[in-house]
Write a protein that binds this ligand. Structure first.
Ligand SMILES: CC(C)(COP(=O)(O)OP(=O)(O)OC[C@H]1O[C@@H](n2cnc3c(N)ncnc32)[C@H](O)[C@@H]1OP(=O)(O)O)[C@@H](O)C(=O)NCCC(=O)NCCS
Length: 153
């Protein structure tokens, strides 16, 4: 996890920057495990079927604070070596399926920095649409908010 989240390449658009040390990764992993414990779902570790012990990224749906409101959020971060092969889109589609079909959630949000064109493209390929913006990075451009609703039954 530290290898991926501590890499400046995977945090080029992240205002918080890369994890500074492995203790930060440990604390973030503990927080993710706590989310699993509390809700029964959360972000996944992602691996190739033929190399199940090598984690190539993290992502999925989990609750996230949107300033004063908690929303179900789709997030992802892949090792730079794995980019450009459709993995984030595949992960996103699986996460939306889980949210709508298994968890019966009404909507899923995503938050992206405006300069992060690859991530924006992933959200659009998943059928998510702009639903506003959020002033979550003081002194910088507002983040873009994307949303998708469960299809009507
Ligand atoms: C964003 C990220 C998850 C994308 O992962 P990925 O597996 O490469 O995504 P996919 O291959 O499914 O799709 C990427 C799409 O973005 C496009 N893209 C890539 N770089 C781009 C750029 N600079 N400008 C415009 N489009 C770009 C690709 O061409 C592809 O679209 P296409 O299928 O229409 O050709 C990956 O780059 C990453 O982990 N980045 C660092 C972490 C991050 O930014 N997370 C998101 C925070 S909101």
């Amino acid at each position: 996890m530290f290898e991926i989240f501590g890499d400046p390449r995977t945090n080029a658009h992240n205002p918080l920057g890369p994890y500074p040390d492995i203790d930060t990764a440990r604390a973030m992993l503990a927080a993710r495990m706590a989310h699993w414990g509390q809700h029964g779902f959360g972000q996944w570790a992602i691996a190739m079927r033929d190399a199940p012990d090598t984690v190539i990224g993290y992502g999925g749906v989990a609750y996230r604070q949107y300033l004063d409101e908690e929303r179900l959020n789709l997030g992802y971060r892949f090792a730079a070596e794995s980019w450009g092969q459709g993995y984030a889109t595949e992960l996103g589609a699986a996460a939306l399926k889980l949210a709508f079909e298994d968890l019966a959630k009404p909507e899923v949000f995503a938050l992206v920095r405006p300069a992060n064109l690859a991530s924006t493209r992933v959200l659009e390929k998943l059928g998510m649409q702009r639903s506003g913006d959020l002033d979550d990075v003081p002194g910088q451009a507002r983040s873009l908010v994307y949303r998708i609703r469960r299809a009507a039954d």
